[in-house]
Write a protein that binds this ligand. Structure first.
Ligand code: SAM
Length: 300
């Protein structure tokens, strides 16, 4: 079961009308898409997901609401090519769904024994197994630092390289054990030492940050005037990208700050509408929401 995060807030902020044309970039188990479809009886919903299993279940759910939708089984990085014309609203609810985390065989969790995988799109070639067994030590250090912000990146990468000289590293629990062995004992007690490294591998396998940045920039251009984008992120790296891009498009370039009159072409074309975290009540009910943040922007 997947419990949607900030469901009401993220959709209320989209200001939907009966005729709205909407894109859900992260269909998942259709929590957001289902609520959107109910609000747009004369509109249309495009919904992306690269996970075929999620799509099957989501389709069943959406069919019961209406048929004003099209599911696109592709990475949302293709948003510009797959949807023609401008739209009223776009939503991103990033990361993995609870079923993806819970299914042992997907290899996302360091608590469950599984083959190293972590692909959201089961048809792609790059897997966590390839990253761990084939990347150079330098490349591992680089992704652990960049995508995991892990201070023991170097010793963990060294531990992986040593271990794989003996035999290939096959499973999530084997990897979690190597990570544990290569950080100081005190550090192990703070939080699970595999958390940041698993996050880094997942981001690398799915190229999550690059894909999000490109798609968000394209999404901004696809909005009609008055149209809005809601973005729900789950860690600071995603949130930083969203914050930077929203700030860039909603402010006047610094060099022009002192001009008495700002020429029209430099006036911002977007305005920031919201930047909020889940309520205490939501965090109590759904622990997965604790690191979430919702940012909303509007095309002026
Ligand atoms: C957090 S879940 C979305 C849950 C959904 N909003 C709901 O309420 O049921 C994220 C979903 O987005 C998908 N996803 C993540 N990144 C994607 C990408 N770049 N392209 C397409 N789908 C993506 C994942 O496969 C996952 O099913």
């Amino acid at each position: 079961m997947h419990t949607s995060v900030m469901l009401k807030e993220s959709i209320d902020y989209l200001n939907l009308s009966k005729n709205s044309i909407v894109i859900d970039c992260t269909l998942g188990y259709a929590g957001h898409s289902g609520a959107i479809l109910k609000k747009i009886p004369n509109g249309f919903l495009y919904a992306f997901d690269q996970d075929s299993e999620a799509i099957k279940k989501a389709d069943k759910k959406l069919k019961q609401i209406s048929d004003n939708y099209k599911i696109i089984n592709k990475n949302f990085v293709n948003i510009k090519d797959e949807v023609n014309g401008k739209v009223d609203a776009i939503i991103f609810d990033l990361g993995v769904s609870s079923p993806q985390l819970d299914e042992d065989y997907r290899g996302f969790s360091y608590h469950k024994d599984a083959k190293l995988d972590m692909r959201m799109n089961q048809n792609q070639e790059l897997t966590a197994y390839k990253v761990i067994n084939e990347y150079s030590k330098e490349k591992l250090v680089d992704i652990f630092k960049k995508y995991g912000e892990e201070k023991y990146s170097s010793s963990i990468a060294q531990g992986i390289v040593e271990k794989r000289k003996e035999k290939k590293i096959e499973t999530t629990l084997e990897l979690a054990e190597i990570i544990k062995e290569n950080v100081p004992e005190k550090y192990r007690k703070k939080s699970h030492p595999a958390r940041k490294i698993f996050q880094a591998i997942r981001i690398e396998v799915n190229d999550e940050l690059n894909v999000f940045e490109k798609a968000l920039k394209d999404a901004l251009k696809m909005l009609k005037k008055g149209g809005r984008i809601s973005v729900i992120t789950f860690h600071s790296l995603e949130d930083k990208i969203c914050k930077r891009i929203f700030n860039e498009v909603s402010t006047i370039p610094k060099e022009l700050n002192n001009l008495p009159i700002v020429p029209d072409e430099y006036k911002p074309k977007y305005k920031i509408i919201a930047n909020i975290s889940p309520s205490k009540e939501e965090i109590e009910i759904n622990n997965r929401s604790r690191s979430a943040r919702l940012r909303v922007i509007e095309r002026i």
